[in-house]
Design a protein around this ligand. Structure first.
Ligand code: TGC
Ligand code: FAD
Length: 398
């Protein structure tokens, strides 16, 4: 993979229109600086080529471990960072500023694989997997969605059957980030009583395969696949003992959705900064396009929406730190901020004119990525209905 020419420098600084940095601790600012430096050094120079070739930069997993981006808010005794929720959010913001696919690598590993193992597995299983997942030596994936059950995971068909000293797993999962390169999968399946259970499936288990999904125009630097289970023998200790029902996987999604609310801000900031810079450099009708009122309207609305999103995620992080955030509050931030970022990417693309569709600028890549982010971890409309249910008490799902 060739690196970009040195002329294509990453000049990102990050806007802070409301002095939101004053709400952050010194540690938060230090963490942000170190993740930002890493993204500038390791992600920005290669990301366009990887996205163009639809290849996942798997060599970055170990580096994500080195910079503390894998499970940053889980306890240090398992090799994790022990950080607060705001620090976790800031890390996701900086990673997604680089590319949503890089943030996906970290948020799936931390929130969807390490978190359920930490929260629901036995101590032996935690010791076996968490330290190696934290360093990126092991890669994990999360299997909830099925070919016929996306927004409605409760209808899942994947099932486990008790076979004495082990379980037998059958079924399939679809659209699974990292599945073709994963060493283990956290999978959700129904038992004989139709109760959803969580379990760990390990690479190499007989009857387990992970075919890759090709042809994505979005999240191209992230690898996606299926999980196929044909009479897979699962040791009993790999099944989470206590957690039962949909709240198991949904509790993991709450963690990841919160991270995405910050990540989307990163993508939006990158598009905004690129558009702002371009608007001052690009001359039409004898003046910079940034001098036209219509361009200024776009930029003014962008920075307003970014600022509102920053405040939303910061406040949500504070509520999470205090143990007070509700799943519906998390839903609102995920939906609002991803939609905001996608709108900004589209407007920024317009400000760049024809150049906006090329890989000279990051906006089209962010825009295409955000189409996935709008859909995964609960679609935009599902999150609207979660808020609708929360404010009316009336359930649109049943
Ligand atoms: P419902 O009856 O509402 O809830 C069932 C149980 O779960 C509890 N609960 C939650 N618990 C923790 N966190 C949350 N966010 C929770 N939301 C609900 C709820 O209290 C209840 O508990 P209990 O004790 O009463 O049993 O369930 P429902 O079947 O009506 O479904 C509701 C709905 C539609 C909101 C839910 O199914 C949903 O969120 N659907 C969207 C599916 C989704 O988000 N899939 C994501 C797949 S993973 C993914 O996309 C990863 S992308 C990774 C990347 O690359 O970054
Ligand atoms: P559907 O549920 O079929 O929805 C189609 C449309 O119908 C949507 O617009 C939806 O909003 C709408 N709709 C559905 N129900 C309702 C309703 N009740 N009211 C109004 N509108 C409704 N899943 C995992 O488990 N693990 C992963 O790692 C993972 N990674 C992913 C990576 C990528 C690149 C993608 C694209 C998806 C990934 N997903 C993953 C799956 C993702 O979570 C699902 O795509 C998402 O939940 C939507 O499910 P679906 O695609 O089946 O769409």
């Amino acid at each position: 993979m060739t690196k970009n020419p040195p002329s294509k420098q990453d000049l990102f600084t990050s806007p802070d229109y409301y002095n939101i940095d004053d709400l952050l601790s010194e540690e938060h600012i230090l963490i942000r600086g170190s993740i930002r430096d890493w993204v500038k050094r390791e992600v920005s120079p290669i990301i366009e080529e990887y996205a163009e070739k639809a290849e996942c930069p798997t060599h970055l997993f170990r580096q994500l471990g080195d910079i503390g981006a894998l499970g940053p808010s889980l306890p240090e005794k398992y090799g994790c960072g022990g950080m607060d929720e705001i620090a976790y959010g800031i890390i996701m913001q900086e990673l997604e500023r680089g590319d949503s696919g890089i943030r996906s690598m970290a948020s799936v590993q931390g929130s969807l694989v390490m978190y359920p193992i930490y929260k629901y597995a036995s101590e032996d299983i935690k010791q076996k997997f968490l330290p190696k997942l934290a360093t990126g030596e092991l890669i994990g994936c999360f299997g909830l969605t099925e070919p016929d059950h996306g927004s409605n995971p409760n209808g899942m068909l994947t099932n486990i059957r008790d076979a004495g000293d082990h379980y037998i797993l059958n079924g399939s999962k679809m659209w699974i980030t990292n599945s073709p390169i994963a060493d283990l999968a956290v999978v959700w399946a129904k038992d004989e009583d139709q109760v959803i259970r969580g379990l760990i499936v390990e690479k190499g288990m007989a009857g387990f395969s992970t075919p890759e999904i090709h042809g994505k125009w979005s999240l191209r630097a992230s690898i996606t696949g299926e999980l196929v289970f044909e009479d897979v023998k699962i040791p009993k200790e790999n099944v989470f003992p206590e957690i039962k029902g949909l709240k198991g996987p949904l509790s993991c999604l709450s963690k990841a959705r919160y991270g995405i609310s910050w990540g989307a801000i990163g993508a939006a900031m990158d598009c905004y900064e690129s558009a702002l810079r371009y608007s001052k450099e690009r001359i039409q009708f004898g003046k910079p396009i940034g001098q036209f009122q219509l361009t200024q309207k776009k930029l003014a609305e962008m920075i307003t929406e970014i600022t509102k999103a920053q405040l939303l995620s910061w406040r949500l992080g504070s509520l999470l730190n205090e143990g007070k955030a509700t799943p519906a509050q998390i839903s609102m931030a995920k939906r609002n901020n991803v939609h905001m970022a996608l709108e900004i990417a589209r407007e920024a693309r317009q400000i760049h004119g024809g150049m906006g569709i090329t890989n000279e600028y990051p906006v089209m890549r962010h825009m295409m990525n955000l189409e996935t982010v709008l859909t995964y971890e609960g679609t935009h409309d599902i999150h609207l209905l979660i808020t609708g249910l929360d404010v009316t008490g009336l359930n649109a799902f049943n």
